[in-house]
Design a protein around this ligand. Structure first.
Ligand code: FES
Ligand SMILES: [Fe+2]
Length: 395
């Protein structure tokens, strides 16, 4: 059974497949999706070491707006402070270690739900009821630990790694190659949701990074508007992979708005699908965008942040609200097909006779993703287009 394959064997199979040229590569071994030992390695060497996306900066508009997330075993909250900056803290109380904040919301102060110790937006303890009788207690000794938090291209990123490069430097190539063309920083987020699906996080990640499945799995929705023969999968680099697809012009929301001046020719109907390692995926069309941020939730579940929005021309259109509602409906319908598909893959991977087959030429990004995992977990060196040494050192 793949589930019981020893971790050394799983790593060795991942390694040898990753070092293979793409033309002879297969899907990754089932064990990387089903083994609790592999998940532990991922949490320690991937999620705890990389920049992790927390969503769009515009989702924290006002002072005190906050969101929460977790990286490996560390709960985090991210909050808009009084000076308009965005800061991240450990989401664990300094008294008896309760979680402080849940979900999203707005707080003037962060007050623990257990005994009401209360922190200001700079993380300093400002009130601690009934602590006057504890002679050694000094309020000023208590300040929530900060977590590195930086912005890139309108996204909030956090990391537990004190040594990794600034996120804007690390991801600059993505802006140069893909998102800059669409003037993505001006798109407007219109929804942000969280879901849990019954599949391994990498099954969903890999589902996103290939459009090979569109004509079949998405046959009832968008399958017919996406042309396999017009898909282009250029090599990515150490921090991301991507591919382009074109959409039929009758799919108006995925095409440039008539008022859009910055996209020309084929770019007016070209969609970019970007995977920023380990688990931030963005579909960027001339009309709308949507994204996923994936975190493991045990071996057999994935916690996903699912959000999206539209280009400013569509939002500002007199029919803006209609466009937003229509795009959301399409995305939800497509997402439901992906949920069914990725859950079926995970069930299959747990079978005793499950074996990885060869990859199609349309699945180049999947092989690059496996190479990325192998670089971090097995010491593999295969990389499509290595970054300069300063950047790749932290790969
Ligand atoms: S655990 Fe937070 S106030 Fe006691
Ligand atoms: Fe899909």
């Amino acid at each position: 059974m793949p589930r019981k394959t020893p971790i050394d064997q799983i790593l060795s199979e991942l390694h040898s497949n990753a070092e293979r040229p793409f033309e002879g590569a297969r899907a990754a071994p089932a064990g990387i999706y089903t083994s609790p030992d592999f998940l532990e390695l991922e949490l320690e060497h991937v999620f705890s070491k990389e920049w992790i996306c927390a969503g769009r900066a515009e989702s924290l508009k006002k002072t005190g707006d906050y969101l929460t997330l977790q990286i490996a075993d560390q709960p985090i909250f991210v909050i808009r402070d009084k000076s308009g900056g965005i800061r991240a803290y450990s989401n664990v109380c300094l008294h008896r270690m309760s979680i402080l904040l849940e979900g999203t919301g707005n707080k003037k102060f962060v007050t623990c739900p257990y005994h009401a110790w209360s922190y200001d937006l700079d993380g300093n303890l400002r009130k601690a009821p009934y602590m006057d009788g504890t002679p050694e207690f000094e309020k000023k000794d208590y300040c929530l630990p900060t977590i590195r938090c930086e912005l890139w291209d309108g996204w909030i990123y956090v990391t537990l790694n004190p040594d990794i490069e600034p996120v804007a430097k690390r991801l600059q190539s993505i802006k140069d190659i893909v998102t800059g063309r669409y003037q993505f920083e001006n798109y407007v987020e219109t929804f942000r949701e969280e879901h849990i699906w019954d599949t391994n996080w990498k099954v969903l990640a890999e589902n996103f990074m290939e459009s090979y499945h569109l004509f079949q799995l998405h046959g009832p929705t968008i399958g017919k508007q996406s042309k396999v023969e017009e898909m282009d999968m250029p090599p990515g680099n150490a921090v991301f992979n991507y591919h382009w697809i074109t959409k039929e012009s009758e799919f108006a929301l995925a095409n440039a708005h008539p008022d859009c001046r910055y996209l020309e020719g084929e770019w007016r109907r070209t969609t970019a699908l970007i995977t920023i390692y380990p688990g931030h995926m963005i579909t960027l069309t001339p009309g709308y965008f949507w994204y996923l941020v994936l975190q493991p939730h045990g071996v057999g579940q994935v916690k996903m942040l699912y959000g999206g929005g539209m280009a400013p021309d569509f939002i500002n259109d007199p029919q803006g609200a209609e466009h937003v509602a229509k795009a959301k409906q399409i995305l939800d319908d497509v997402n439901e097909e992906d949920r069914i598909g990725t859950q079926a893959v995970f069930r299959g991977m747990n079978a005793g006779l499950a074996r990885p087959g060869h990859l199609s030429y349309l699945e180049r990004p999947n092989h690059e993703f496996n190479q990325y995992l192998a670089r971090l977990l097995t010491g593999a060196t295969a990389c499509p287009e290595p970054l300069p040494e300063a950047l790749s050192a932290a790969c």
